[in-house]
Design a binder for this molecule. Structure first.
Ligand code: DAT
Ligand code: MG
Length: 126
């Protein structure tokens, strides 16, 4: 997913390009606004964390672009291209390192396991 900061900054195409150039295949794409109920479902594992209020405010601050990608080791490959959660610690050349600075506004979300991918795809694409 391209988060609201990535959409606001015109980086949707950049994110898609990087995944496409790597060899992953875009299967589905949808732009939508995430409301509080959707955010609580999507980030269910984080609702009790101290940073959740900031995350909630941010993820509901504007439209996101949700995508389904396929390809060999697509989950791990996409997360490698994204970089570490905190853009300050992300490896140079990753999306978060190249375009982000603050941990909340880290541009992209990527499912972290086949189980979370299935759960999140159901939320965004039914
Ligand atoms: P990731 O998005 O790399 O899978 P995560 O699932 O641990 O990371 O956290 C979800 C999002 O919550 C993350 O993209 C940004 C925010 N977040 C995580 N840890 C944080 C922290 N310590 N302080 C503030 N925001 C945080
Ligand atoms: Mg995560």
């Amino acid at each position: 997913m391209v988060k609201p900061d990535g959409v606001r900054r015109g980086l949707v195409g950049e994110v898609i390009s990087r995944l496409e150039r790597k060899g992953l295949t875009l299967e589905k794409i949808r732009m939508l606004a995430v409301d509080e109920a959707l955010a609580r479902r999507h980030y269910a594992e984080h609702v009790d964390k101290a940073f959740f209020p900031d995350l909630l405010e941010f993820i509901t601050s504007g439209p996101v672009v949700a995508m389904q990608w396929s390809g060999e080791s697509a989950i791990a490959v996409a997360r490698t291209l994204m970089g570490a959660t905190d853009p300050k610690q992300a490896a140079p050349g990753t999306i978060r390192a190249d375009y982000g600075l603050a941990v909340t506004q880290n541009l992209v979300h990527g499912s972290d396991s086949p189980e979370s991918a299935a759960r999140e795809l159901e939320i965004f694409f039914g």
